[in-house]
Design a protein around this ligand. Structure first.
Ligand code: GCW
Length: 612
């Protein structure tokens, strides 16, 4: 096998390899600090607890890091990055905000990677574990230095042979877990709800005694192989995956059965709330997919066991460029919740177009009380490509996710600038230029690919590139209902009633088109093309303007990137990818503008070129 030369990511200031012999976070911390600072410049005082808390003290250039076993590792990376970037050291004792900071890898065991945009799996091939230990150790350092502490190693769509991860492949699982343990990264496995059937039972009914016993025995074997496994993740009754509904059982009954099997070992059962009817008839305008998760789970609030965490995507649909916050995140009061975001840029440029996510996460955390969720989870954007993520700038999203998981009140500009400096090592002015470009990249993409909260105008299946009616006559519940007069779905009380799922203040905000934020206007309302927006432009003019402006802004990124002293091969890759992004942006501009021009018959007020 030819070993790809990988980017050192944001760990450029550290040596490329750690010795294979390190077995604990404390040892890793010592080794990283010894090579960065030199021996004799620091002391590590680990108190033996498993706490992730730490403090850093400095006296005449001598640093003392105290804390729990994992805490001192986080302290070491904090110190290294602070010294490297010139940032202030934290005052007093600090610890990561969320105890579970999870990276979900949608890897298949044959090596492909569901919604993967950066090559193939880093640890699976032809149905087996298959990896370079050196590579996985480096991954461990990346995750630990970003603050991520759980790695879900297989996709939630569990197909053969991934079911075997908790049966025949336990020794492989144990070896893999051991490699990441020194970095305070614990594994989690996605399991198939119907696995008892594959094992020869006649049912997977969660209330059946044989099924219950089967899962208990499985849990016993799994945790005896990997005693610190973080838990199981389940996608049930969703997009053709099996689940308790098939046996007329509720999701609480299904989840609790599994949760009880793993509870004796401290395992968490992460149950995904991404459940909707994917076989909808497009003619049915009364059913709204956005309503689905809230309708299903609100009546179950309080019915889940203590070790169940309901994992909820940030919006009611599916990682579109802009969605309102999922009302389920706001509504559930007696259920442990995890917020799910997607680093893999499925609908946000597929790691070709630049799309920095920190501004989005800041908005999400500003809309919900950070304390109302107990974990955060991100679909991974990693693969075996040269820069780990396809576009080298997509790595920012992994780093920044960790930063927000450690501190949901993080400031996007600070995080982006820190990442840019650590990764590219440029002078202050160039770092600021790159930071500005990245900070603006989401709104650039949004303008050409999905303005005013309209999503889903993408090429079916691949989800890259424009196709305004690609999902219009399909069964996925994803419609814009554009006709010659109007566009959008009415989700107010007089429409599908989705707005009623929000607490009063938000419900009123969204219900009324005059107060609904422009960015979500067509998510909540169906409006005629001549609708007058707050800024005095008609809706159709705003659609045209956004597409022209978004495309121009994408074009304007190219000279900025060319002017930056980015290290190679990052620069070469950035210039290569921007060509593709510009091509994509032009296509979006021309197809969407033509689409709405043809439907509405209204010309661009500024007389720019729109194709007929
Ligand atoms: O957006 C959809 C993706 C599926 C994915 C699903 C999910 C893992 O297109 O590939 O399946 O979301 O989140 O379960």
């Amino acid at each position: 096998m030819i070993e790809t030369v990988y980017s050192r990511a944001w760990l450029r200031c550290l040596r490329a390899d750690l010795p294979d012999s390190l077995t604990s976070p404390e040892e890793v911390a010592k080794c990283e600090l010894a090579s960065f600072l030199g021996k004799g410049c620091f002391e590590i005082k680990a108190d033996g607890s498993s706490s992730e808390e730490y403090s850093i003290k400095e006296s005449n250039g001598f640093y003392t890091i105290s804390g729990g076993k994992a805490g001192v590792l986080y302290g070491a990376y904090t110190l290294i990055f602070a010294l490297e970037t010139g940032a202030a050291l934290p005052n007093g004792s600090v610890k990561p905000y969320y105890p579970l900071r999870m990276l979900n890898s949608w890897d298949n065991m044959e090596g492909s990677w569901e919604r993967g945009y950066a090559g193939r799996s880093l640890w699976f091939d032809i149905g087996e574990f298959c990896y370079s230990e050196k590579r996985i150790r480096f991954l461990g350092r990346m995750l630990a230095s970003a603050g991520i502490n759980v790695l879900v190693i297989n996709t939630v769509n569990v197909h053969y042979p991934a079911q075997e991860l908790i049966r025949d492949k336990l020794s492989g699982l144990a070896r893999f877990a051991a490699l990441l343990r020194p970095f305070n990264v614990r594994l989690m496995v996605s399991v198939d709800f119907a696995m008892p059937l594959a094992a020869g039972l006649t049912t997977a009914d969660p209330l059946d005694k044989e099924v219950i016993d089967w899962w208990r025995e499985r849990a016993r074997c799994v945790w005896s192989a990997v005693p610190d496994l973080a838990g199981f993740m389940v996608k049930a009754d969703s997009e053709h995956r099996p689940g308790p509904n098939e046996y007329n059982r509720t999701h609480a009954e299904g989840a609790n059965m599994l949760a009880r099997a793993i509870a004796p070992y401290g395992g968490k059962l992460v149950w995904r709330a991404f459940v909707y009817n994917c076989l909808q008839d497009w003619r049915d305008t009364a059913t709204d997919r956005a309503n689905a998760a809230y309708d299903l789970y609100m009546p179950l609030d309080g019915a889940f066991d203590e070790n169940v965490i309901l994992q909820i995507k940030h919006g009611p649909f599916d990682f579109q460029v802009r969605e309102p916050l999922s009302p389920l995140l706001l509504g559930l009061k007696h259920t442990y919740k995890a917020l799910e975001v997607q680093l893999a840029q499925e609908y946000t440029g597929q790691q070709i177009d630049i799309y920095a996510m920190p501004p989005m996460w800041q908005e999400i955390f500003a809309q919900m009380d950070a304390e109302s969720v107990s974990a955060v989870s991100a679909v991974s954007n990693l693969g075996n490509s040269e820069f780990w993520t396809g576009h080298p700038f997509a790595l920012l999203n992994l780093y920044a996710f960790g930063r927000f998981a450690v501190n949901p009140y993080a400031e996007p500009r600070a995080v982006i600038s820190e990442w840019a400096f650590l990764s590219c090592g440029m002078d202050d002015e160039s770092t600021a230029k790159l930071t500005d470009l990245l900070l603006a990249s989401r709104s650039v993409y949004e303008k050409y690919a999905s303005q005013l909260g309209l999503g889903w105008m993408v090429t079916p299946n691949s989800h890259y590139g424009v196709n305004p009616w690609g999902y219009e006559f399909q069964s996925w519940g994803t419609y814009n209902r554009a006709d010659r007069n109007a566009v959008g779905v009415d989700r107010t009380d007089s429409g599908t009633g989705y707005t009623s799922q929000y607490p009063d203040e938000l419900r009123r905000l969204y219900e009324n088109k005059a107060s609904c934020p422009d960015k979500l206007l067509l998510f909540f309302h169906r409006l005629p093309y001549d609708y007058m927006m707050r800024d005095g432009r008609t809706l159709i003019q705003r659609i045209y303007d956004d597409h022209f402006e978004g495309c121009e802004a994408a074009e304007a990124m190219k000279p900025v990137l060319s002017s930056l002293p980015l290290p190679e091969p990052v620069k070469e890759a950035a210039l290569r990818f921007i060509e593709e992004q510009i091509k994509n942006a032009r296509e979006w501009r021309d197809v969407i503008n033509t689409f709405f021009h043809r439907l509405s018959g209204i010309p661009d007020a500024r007389g720019r070129r729109i194709y007929d």
